[in-house]
Design a protein around this ligand. Structure first.
Ligand code: ZN
Ligand code: ZN
Length: 350
């Protein structure tokens, strides 16, 4: 093993739409921990909404001034004592919330909902992926199949995992039609995964013509239209709707274009949904599902399925920057024009 450097570059998100790069010590893995060389670290809508522009939230749930980035993927370069399933050279995706491992939510496999004050999300409460190296708990790591790139893995760490969970929670199968409202990176992921699951009709909607065109070009949807055109394509509605817009209008579109006995899943964070409960839900027997990030086991299942399907999540990435250009990366992501923005090293595609 080549000797590790003493210091590394790391990027912080001080708020006010700024980034701050610092040189900091390379951490040493303690008991049960590993050190990853970060190969790819993608930027998420929630990084922009709740950290980069302004620090939302308060108390332990708020951003704690740590290294940013909650979608890291990398290669193990050092292993601490007590690790049992990881060796140097392993390629790993980080499940981006470190839970206590003991509470009801952790036992269900959902550390995202960990009820303990020890819960810490990478890039929020503990150092994340916008650095050359990342200290992670061994239990938070998932194997990256050889056929997938590090950038594929970073895309799974939050966005694709979240989209897959939504589809699985709604029991999506080849017998369903699917509507996706909001064609940002998570909406694109939901479309690509629905198609991979055999859904014969995936329709997407977004207010942005550029995003509709991108969804079509990627093959994430069969049709991408404005909300006013949905009834023509979907008739009585889709069997399953997935809202990835995170705004009230998109959420309402999703519910109202869910057909009788259908399922509507809310994934996009934020927004206020106002429903006319009797006609919108009760009389049409619609099931409304809230789905937050994903579980460890479904993320593992997704990684295995991506390998089988030959599907590469990195296809949603439109812009790649080195860590030294983290500020441009965030400005690009915040412009909302393109798709997913990634911070990568040269070996990201390896
Ligand atoms: Zn995310
Ligand atoms: Zn827990």
């Amino acid at each position: 093993m080549s000797a590790l450097p003493d210091t590394m570059l790391a990027a912080y998100l001080p708020g006010g739409s700024r980034t701050e790069s610092r040189t900091v010590p390379v951490p040493a893995p303690g008991h049960g921990q590993v050190l990853l060389k970060v190969r790819a670290s993608t930027i998420c809508g929630s990084d922009l909404r709740a950290i980069y522009r302004e620090h939302l939230g308060s108390g332990p749930e708020a951003y704690q001034g740590v290294v940013g980035g909650h979608e890291p993927c990398g290669e193990v370069v050092a292993v601490g004592p007590g690790c049992t399933a990881t060796v140097v050279g392993d390629r790993r995706v980080v499940y981006h919330i470190s839970g206590c491992g003991l509470c009801d939510e952790c036992c269900r496999g959902y550390p995202v909902g960990c009820l303990s004050p020890r819960r810490a999300a990478y890039g929020w409460q503990r150092d994340g992926g916008h650095a050359e190296y990342l200290l992670a708990e061994e239990k938070d790591l998932l194997p990256l199949p050889d056929s997938l790139t590090y950038l594929d893995g970073a895309c799974v760490a939050c966005g694709f995992g979240t989209a897959y969970e939504a589809l699985r929670r709604a029991d999506v199968s080849g017998g369903d039609t699917v509507l996706i409202t909001g064609l940002g990176p998570v909406g694109l992921a939901a479309g690509l995964l629905a198609r991979a699951l055999g859904v014969p009709l995936v329709v997407g909607t977004d207010v942005s013509a550029e995003r509709r065109a991108q969804a079509r070009a990627l093959g994430a949807v069969h049709h991408a239209v404005e909300a006013g055109e949905l009834a023509v394509l979907l008739g009585d509605g889709a069997c399953v709707s997935v809202d990835c817009s995170g705004n009230g209008a998109g959420q309402l579109t999703a519910v109202r274009h869910t057909r009788r006995w259908g399922r509507a899943v809310m994934v996009g964070e934020g927004g206020t949904l106002t429903l006319d409960v009797s006609p919108d839900l009760i009389h049409r027997q619609v099931t409304l599902i809230g789905s937050w990030v994903t579980s460890v086991h479904l993320m593992r299942e997704l990684l295995q399925n991506l390998d089988r399907w030959g599907l590469h999540p990195e296809c949603v990435v439109t812009d790649r920057f080195p860590l030294t250009e983290v500020d441009t990366a965030y400005k690009t992501a915040d412009s909302g024009r393109g798709g997913k923005v990634a911070i990568v090293t040269d070996e990201a595609g390896a």
